[in-house]
Ligand binder design. Structure first.
Ligand code: FPP
Length: 236
């Protein structure tokens, strides 16, 4: 059987369009997000079955704090529920949970829940699921810069030996495979401060499909498109 991943090891998704999905159906926004979590669950299972090694999902950006308070609280509630209800499945299916972004700034109970889930799944090797929470790529690069500046000051890194690897290794995604495919749903054509460094050689895939409607067939379409691209990594 042909490889359903077309060789993609790491996929990232900007899950956009929950609000528009709800609006089109004359439903409250909160239901759009709820349906969005169902799509997350389905895509994580599908990616695991396909043999994708790593998946990074943009769940809450550092800019999302500008949303109305009740919407933020809905999203946090859904996050709590998702971790609680799916953690056992992660354990059974060999999924290692990881969080990228400054998640320690979230409510204490969520931070504790996340840390517990990370610990519980730390030994799993089938797939890494990285959830981006309070994540912004510029903030990630700033934190990495602080780390590197301190390491050069202490002599741990020699300034004239500073390399691309040092920077990659100081990012939240340090222990993940290189990003192969970055998907954004719902027709918007921008990266919105997501994985800016990691996207250097990633293939980009944009679809008009709204996130709650993004299913196995949609993922297969994105991977097929990925498989048809000629990746040259700057060569020719
Ligand atoms: C975009 O829809 C979606 C988000 C704000 C982030 C995605 C969040 C989820 C899928 C739910 C929580 C995730 C987990 C992992 C539990 P939007 O509101 O921007 O849609 P719109 O642009 O149509 O208004």
């Amino acid at each position: 059987m042909a490889d359903p991943t077309y060789g993609a090891r790491h996929i990232a998704i900007i899950m956009d369009g929950n609000g528009r999905w709800a609006k089109r159906k004359h439903l409250p926004r909160a239901l759009g997000h709820k349906k969005g979590v169902e799509a997350v669950r389905n895509i994580v299972r599908t990616a695991g079955r396909m043999g994708i090694e790593a998946m990074t999902l943009y769940a809450f950006s550092s800019e999302n704090w500008n949303r109305p308070e009740d919407e933020i609280s809905d999203l946090m509630g859904l996050l709590r529920q998702y971790i609680q209800s799916d953690i056992e499945e992660f354990v059974e299916n060999g999924v290692r949970l990881k969080v990228i972004g400054n998640y320690k700034a979230l409510d204490t109970d969520i931070v504790e829940m996340i840390d517990e889930a990370i610990e519980k799944t730390a030994g799993n090797t089938k797939m890494t699921l990285a959830v981006a929470l309070n994540y912004g790529a510029q903030d990630e690069l700033l934190r990495a810069t602080h780390y590197i500046a301190a390491a050069t000051q202490s002599g741990e890194i020699e300034l004239d030996k500073l390399s691309i690897e040092h920077i990659s290794n100081a990012l939240d995604t340090a222990d993940m495979p290189p990003l192969d495919l970055l998907i954004r749903t719902s027709g918007e054509l921008r990266l919105s401060n997501f994985l800016l460094w990691q996207a250097a050689y990633a293939e980009l895939y944009f679809t008009d499909t709204l996130w709650p409607d993004f299913d196995q067939g949609e993922l297969e379409k994105a991977l097929k498109s990925f498989g048809s691209r000629e990746r040259r990594f700057g060569g020719r």
